[in-house]
Design a protein around this ligand. Structure first.
Ligand code: GTP
Ligand code: MG
Length: 205
């Protein structure tokens, strides 16, 4: 699938402000600075679409982008920003919790994980929470360009070994670099495949 049009629709600070669309939606989440906004720009081939920054916490609102006039990409704020927090409600903002649990047209949450780091507790906790809430998710490893190929494979294997202690199988995984434009086709094919179930062809007589 090619992205031919990507248009910023709106920002929302609460669930009730989200656009009333029923189109299929794919949202990007993960720790602050993991590369969510950069990945959206890479997929859409437009570096000015979602705002990126080397300072964590850039994206504070939910940002909606209409793609090819028939589905949405959603840029979510990062989690793991608060220094100490005990409950999920402290760790993951009310905005994130509301959006992920109540947005009916959310088809898949892409959880972004930094491919250079060992599995972070906050990412594991977020995945456990998604499983508990039955939120469909896939994993996207980011910043693959920052490691050598052998380090990248070693790091990802270490992360997946830890995940398999908790679950019998892994969700879909994608390895990406926004810098080097790696992983675009695989993610867009996955979305295209999922969209088929939801976007019915319009009858023409
Ligand atoms: P918040 O909105 O603050 O939660 O961050 P974010 O997850 O949206 O991260 P963002 O896309 O703003 O990127 C954070 C920093 O990482 C920026 O300086 C990006 O240039 C850099 N970055 C993102 N993706 C990549 C990548 O694939 N490779 C490299 N080398 N740098 C990247
Ligand atoms: Mg961002």
């Amino acid at each position: 699938m090619q992205i031919s049009t990507a248009i910023f629709v709106k920002s929302a600070s609460k669930l009730s402000d989200c656009n009333k669309s029923t189109l299929p939606e794919y949202a990007f989440i993960g720790r602050s600075n993991v590369g969510k906004s950069s990945l959206i720009n890479m997929l859409c081939n437009n570096n000015k679409l979602a705002k990126t920054s080397s300072t964590p916490g850039k994206t504070q609102l939910i940002n909606f982008f209409l793609i090819n006039a028939n589905w949405h990409l959603v840029d979510l704020p990062g989690y793991g920003y608060a220094k100490t927090s005990k409950t999920n409600r402290d760790k993951f903002s009310e905005l994130i919790i509301d959006y992920c649990t109540k947005r009916e047209n959310l088809k898949c949450l892409f959880i972004l994980i930094d491919s250079r780091l060992p599995l972070q507790l906050i990412d594991l906790e977020f995945m456990e929470w998604c499983v508990e809430k039955e939120i469909p998710y896939s994993i996207i490893y980011t910043k693959a360009d920052k490691n050598s190929k052998s380090e990248l494979i070693r790091n990802i294997n270490a992360i997946e070994t830890k995940l398999l202690v908790h679950w019998e199988e892994l969700p879909n995984t994608f390895t990406t670099s926004s810098e080097k434009k790696v992983g675009k086709e695989a993610i867009l094919e996955f979305i295209h495949f999922n969209n088929q179930e939801f976007i019915k062809p319009i009858n023409t007589f």
